[in-house]
Design a protein around this ligand. Structure first.
Ligand SMILES: [Fe+2]
Length: 167
């Protein structure tokens, strides 16, 4: 469980929560949320994984945009499931804002729940052979794992408030 406090224009880059269910609630402020799920339901002849030919470039995988909108807190909580609900997301603070996140189970490299960060690219970059109608194509993007994450600074602080008891 954690609370993120973002200054205006602060960004939590696009990342995933493999095998994790996430309960999120924007407590205050305005935040732009963009989230994605992997595409799994296209006909088999449509390639949803693309391996660039450049030396050592990581593969790109097709994702469907689930949410791409501004939210102002306090607003209804959202739940991201492992395969659905926008399991990969990016947050951009429009104003200073605060977000409560509850993850279950937690990230664990040892148990295969590693946090991965991604770059996103327009669907039109690689659209050949993929059977998605023209008018729906804006709802899809290619995601590519980031080899390294630059410019992310997070200051962590342990909760030191009153004890929370199960009722
Ligand atoms: Fe997240």
């Amino acid at each position: 469980m954690r609370i993120f406090c973002l200054p205006s224009s602060g960004v939590i880059p696009l990342h995933n929560h493999p095998g994790i269910t996430v309960f999120s609630k924007l407590l205050f402020g305005t935040m732009h949320i963009k989230s994605y799920d992997w595409v799994v339901d296209l006909p088999p002849e449509s390639p949803i994984i693309f391996k660039p030919t450049e030396y050592q470039a990581l593969e790109m995988r097709l994702a469907k945009v689930k949410v791409d909108a501004d939210f102002t807190g306090p607003c209804n909580p959202s739940i991201l499931y492992p395969e659905d609900g926008g399991n990969m997301h990016c947050f951009t603070a429009v104003t200073a804002c605060m977000l409560l996140d509850v993850l279950g189970p937690p990230y664990s490299d040892y148990e295969g729940r590693h946090c991965t960060y991604y770059n996103n690219y327009p669907f039109s970059n690689i659209s050949e052979g993929i059977s998605i109608p023209e008018e729906e194509r804006n709802g899809y993007e290619w995601l590519q794992e980031k080899e390294q994450l630059e410019d992310l600074e997070v200051d962590g602080k342990m909760y030191s408030g009153p004890k929370i008891h199960e009722s």
